[in-house]
Design a protein around this ligand. Structure first.
Ligand SMILES: Cc1cc2nc3c(=O)[nH]c(=O)nc-3n(C[C@H](O)[C@H](O)[C@H](O)COP(=O)(O)O)c2cc1C
Ligand code: SF4
Ligand code: SF4
Length: 255
């Protein structure tokens, strides 16, 4: 089984690792790394997609990845959407639309509700709250793992939710402005983690300090993962905690 995942702060990687711990022969592949392949072909008979909910739907990288991915044969395909406590069906519908164009469909899907890492808009959770959210969703995740082992087929009879889908497109249209207020302070050690972690290569070090290049997809990886808490968005994040999934190490997030 091949599982492609996108993660900024580790929640989706955590889910991927839980599946890998319980099912034999699972290969976990970060989507930004897969996107570097010229011919992106998958010949596995079971394929999983794990992604965080970004403003009521798929992160754009995940959408582009699915469009590029060539799936051979008729694989069993499942998706796990990991949220910050919210919920939306739009991501599953969009995945199914892309698969339908390839003559395939989404066979199984689940939403796992953890905590929000969207530091731009709210406060990140404490470690205790993050651990509790993971505990609270444990049995749902285990049931879903059993369900994919059994190759259960969930019929996707849902439609996009019009209002939230509209909000998603508005948010996406503002991508080009998203990194305008990113800044770095004197705590920066020039370690380069922000450059390595950015899924769209939007961060480059210049004279050992990051600069942002207008291609941001708002994923919140660089600001959360900087080990020196040196990155901010304007000054509104100065007093906010940073978040990494409590069971994931920083170096596991570098693609
Ligand atoms: C740009 C952005 C938008 C988000 N939008 C939502 C949302 O609409 N609903 C929600 O519940 N969580 C939202 N979140 C929170 C993430 O979905 C959530 O924290 C997820 O578990 C992060 O997974 P990761 O650690 O694998 O990146 C958003 C996060 C980001 C960065
Ligand atoms: S991750 Fe933080 S400390 Fe490291 S180079 Fe980037 S801003 Fe500087
Ligand atoms: S610049 Fe930062 S927030 Fe924007 S896409 Fe890259 S890692 Fe994510």
């Amino acid at each position: 089984m091949k599982i492609y995942y996108f993660t900024s702060t580790g929640n989706c990687l955590y889910v991927g690792k839980e599946i890998k711990n319980k099912i034999d022969e699972v290969e976990l592949i970060p989507i930004p790394r897969a996107m570097k392949e010229k011919n992106l072909i998958c010949d596995s008979d079971m394929v999983g997609i794990i992604y965080p909910l970004h403003c009521f739907s798929l992160p754009s990288v995940v959408e582009e990845f699915l469009e590029k991915l060539k799936l051979e044969g008729s694989p069993y395909i499942f998706a796990v959407q990991v949220t910050g406590g919210g919920s939306s069906k739009n991501g599953f519908v969009r995945i199914n639309e892309i698969l339908n164009i390839k003559g395939l469909r989404l066979n199984n899907f689940e939403e796992i509700k953890y905590i929000s890492n969207y530091i731009r808009a709210g406060r990140n959770p404490s470690k205790d709250r993050a651990i509790k959210s993971i505990e609270d969703e444990k049995s749902k995740l285990n049931d879903f793992i059993t369900s994919i082992e059994n190759k259960d087929d969930k019929n996707l009879k849902i439609r996009k939710q019009a209002v939230s889908n509209f909000v998603h497109s508005l948010w996406k249209n503002k991508y080009k402005n998203k990194d305008k207020k990113f800044n770095v302070n004197s705590n920066c050690t020039g370690c380069g983690t922000c450059e390595k972690i950015c899924p769209v290569s939007n961060v480059k070090l210049k004279e050992s300090k990051p600069i942002w290049n207008g291609k941001c997809i708002d994923c919140m990886a660089c600001i959360n993962i900087c080990p020196s808490k040196a990155i901010n968005i304007g000054n509104k994040t100065l007093k906010k905690d940073r978040y990494i999934n409590p069971y994931i190490k920083r170096n596991e997030l570098i693609k």
